[in-house]
Design a protein around this ligand. Structure first.
Ligand code: FES
Length: 402
């Protein structure tokens, strides 16, 4: 009875509003509603795309290159957006007629983007890399390139993290830490950074001079140690891998620190064992996404006997339906890119959800290391093509990239 009364009360209230509604409609402008200034501001702070021009290219080592990027107003970007030190940009390139994306950490600081008008990324050339070969050949001063807006969760958040970062980096994983160190200096942050940087050979030491400059500015709040796995006779620092003993001795242990780890997948797997002894709560370990798994068959969980299999995928994309082929050992995302479908992606690691798609039929294997699906997504057959491999023929719905 009470409910009915409330219902009638609501109806009565609605009727009272009708004259006011009519009055407002009569007074409204006959022209179309203009752009909402708040939406406009949000778009400029967090753009979906950034159009860059390459201002400078610097060789850091024979295989590592830094690209200095500025806004390309002719293409539509007049100013660079804000970002958090440690975030990445997903670049979108057409290589041999195939549109691909790759995430690269921003290695410059947020202040440099806002005040000095540039961002930097530092890229390692992968010997058989599909995209890095293209980048080395084509990305020159004056080239125009496009990326997503800044993305990712690999940044220091004082509300969540302790004020001492223990960074463990490998490969080109130094780059987000460069941004964090610069940010700490620019903003005089109450933040200490101890960084263990794993390199293979002594000539992979990068940013050495720069680091000495940062060290002078941060004093005891910054400590960087290079750990070389294949040292020569001239190497004076610690050698081998970043083991628990190196973490204790060179990194000063883990007490009171939040771990930030960025490097190749093999390093993550190695560190899992090394870190076990420290019994660190999961909330104090942050891992940067690392892109796709190099060899999914190396995982024990990957179904046996599929290594050379190929499957058909029926893809509903936009208003089209395409039939494509995919190897069992490649992600559904790579198969779609190879077929020229240009699906959406950013992190390529199952984390951002940007490639979220719907599985209508068939079965997939989801990489155990980068399964970023939510429980509700799993329940309703959503999946991330960047972290999923076909194990039967599939039928899927995906979003076309914007
Ligand atoms: S591209 Fe980020 S989840 Fe697939």
């Amino acid at each position: 009875m009470k409910k009915k009364n409330n219902f009638l009360g609501d109806i009565a209230g609605l009727i009272e509003l009708l004259p006011e509604r009519k009055r407002r409609i009569e007074r409204a402008s006959p022209g179309p509603i203009g752009d909402d200034p708040i939406n406009e501001l949000a778009r400029s702070l967090h753009p979906q795309k950034i159009y860059f021009e390459i201002a400078e290219v610097r060789d850091e080592t024979p295989t590592i290159r830094t690209f200095k990027l500025v806004a390309a107003p002719d293409s539509g970007t007049t100013a660079l957006p804000v970002f958090r030190a440690g975030q990445y940009l997903a670049f979108r390139e057409e290589v041999q007629g195939v549109v691909v994306t790759r995430p690269y950490s921003i290695s410059s600081s947020p202040r440099e983007a806002l005040e000095d008008g540039f961002m930097e990324i530092t890229v390692r050339k992968i010997p058989k890399g599909f995209l890095t070969k293209h980048i080395w050949k084509n990305w020159k001063p004056g080239s125009k390139i496009t990326s997503s807006g800044p993305a990712g969760f690999f940044y220091h958040e004082p509300l969540r993290d302790t004020n001492h970062i223990l960074g463990i980096a490998g490969g080109c994983g130094f780059t987000p830490f460069r941004s964090m160190i610069k940010d700490a200096i620019d903003n005089d942050l109450d933040l200490s950074i101890t960084l263990l940087f794993g390199i293979r050979t002594p000539d992979e030491v990068i940013f050495k001079k720069e680091l000495a400059k940062y060290k002078r500015k941060m004093g005891k709040k910054l400590k960087v140690t290079y750990v070389c796995s294949e040292p020569d006779g001239s190497w004076k620092g610690p050698s081998g891998f970043i083991t628990k003993d190196v973490i204790k001795k060179q990194g000063g242990g883990v007490k009171g620190k939040t771990l930030f780890i960025c490097g190749p997948p093999a390093m993550y797997r190695f560190l899992e064992n090394e870190l076990a002894e420290f019994k660190i709560p999961q909330k104090r370990i942050r891992r940067e996404v690392f892109g796709e798994i190099d060899d999914i068959t190396a995982f024990d969980e990957f179904p046996r006997g599929l290594k050379r299999k190929k499957f058909n995928i029926k893809v509903h994309i936009g208003s089209e339906v395409e039939e494509i082929q995919a190897k069992a050992t490649e992600t559904v995302l790579v198969a779609m890119e190879r077929a020229g479908l240009a699906p959406q992606s950013k992190c390529r690691s199952g984390e951002c959800g940007f490639c979220d798609s719907l599985l209508l039929d068939g079965e997939i294997f989801v990489s155990p290391e980068n399964d970023g699906r939510r429980m509700a997504g799993v329940k309703f057959n959503h999946f991330h093509p960047c972290a999923s491999y076909p194990v039967t023929d599939l039928e899927i719905i995906v979003n076309r990239s914007v």
